[in-house]
Design a protein around this ligand. Sequence first.
Ligand SMILES: *Cc1c(COP(=O)(O)O)cnc(C)c1O
Length: 511
Amino acid sequence: MTQAINSSQALYRCLPAMDSLLLIPQVIGFSDTYGKPWIKSLLTQMLVDVRASIATQQQLPHWCQQSAGVVIELQQRIDAGHRASMSAVMNLTGTVLHTNLGRSQMCEAAITAVTNVMRHPVPVEFDMGQGKRGHRDTAVSSLIHELTGAKACCVVNNNAAAVLLMLAATAAGKEVIVSRGELVEIGGAFRIPDIMAQAGCKLVEVGCTNRTHLQDYAAAITDNTAAIMKVHTSNYHICGFTAAADEAALAQLCRERGIALISDLGSGALTDLSRFGLSKEPMPQQMLKDGVNLVSFSGDKLLGGPQAGLVVGDKDLIAKLQAHPLKRALRCDKMTLAALEATLKQYRQPETLDNQLPIFRKLARPLSSLNSLAQELIGLWPNAAKVVSHALESHSEAKDASVLAQHFNVTIEPCHTQVGSGSQPDVLLDSVALCFMPSANGTMSLSQLDSLFKAQAIPILGRITANRLWLDLRGVDDEYLLSAALKAVSCSPVSMPILQAAPEFIIGGAQ
Ligand SMILES: *Cc1c(COP(=O)(O)O)cnc(C)c1O
């Protein structure tokens, strides 16, 4: 014990002083580049770690044994802390619109448009013709009018905000009738009854979970009723003995009784998605034709644009939304509006849409093309069941068990992609996966392999199920990057400590 204390004291005496660390030439360079206070705080933490190591293990951390090690450790901590928290990842999870991975990727036109408005002053609320104040929703509204026939439109930050504003501006202090089959919870604390309460509306439930009839709505209308609300059950499906009142019939009822019919559509596809093998998603333009007064939907689900919420419909009702104080709190910034405008413009050319919007590009990719990609990629894995002979030669070093490829068998498997973000929960698209399974004599686990994929320059996110790691190829954007990463992973020496992937990704869960 005394000996341990003595040796610890000797180690504590080895601790460098902060002042001397700050005088190391490389550290001076880091301070110039990243700012002295941050570098100093990283060094402070490193000294804390050294003390902890001495106290608990009576030894210095390996990096502390020479000053070069300290600089390398500091560099690593700088790299980790300086990397953008939202650096690119490759989403091969099998969920295309992954809420936790930012939902829609933008089309090139949107990316250009956003870059432009970030860099320059732009007339976001300025009428260039008359030189006076304009309205920030004008450009999007006129496109929405062109594409859906809607008389007016109001744009906010997401569909949750759109629903809140729609209710607050049209029905505060009054009753809103909703079917018991449509009291939806969307992940992240969005529940229809709670949103109603926040908007100051009184929720009136009608019907049953599986069946609600027109008559149920009609019987619930009172002098204090402001609206009937339909909620698209976008993330679940009730099947079996079911009935729901359709929009056209409800619209007629609402007209007769002088109340509004509003609809939370959720995803809000502007085109028919059956071409991808998806079910028909209700479209806002159809709802408006059926006589719905206000329809809300997301910008970043099946529309393929930025996070936004759109409310479209009657002019007088939209005017109420625009005039409501909440609109000021929920309005979009110029980047969202620019991205949305550029995305909507793609819809003017339906024939190129599936190529321009990344979400549609992925949904439209034929199985045959995914299969060829899988064949190409599997050839890069030296231990693959279907080895291409020249690949084996170029990776002959991989016959060595100290190389990762020998620890896993790779196969091409059929799999299913889901759309995600609560869209079309019961529809799965056929897809193809590269599947990694621990080999009989391998010593590495799937989670180690997963960590290695996540530790790539562009982390690759797959999914572990059924004792395999699945990389669903429908999510691939850049085949070249994926093949490079695959080669790198397959040749990693297994003796090397597997790097810990930075963030833990929560797959699935809340939308
Ligand atoms: C997704 C969804 C929402 C929430 O939309 P966000 O854009 O995520 O805010 C609300 N209602 C329904 C029916 C949805 O599907």
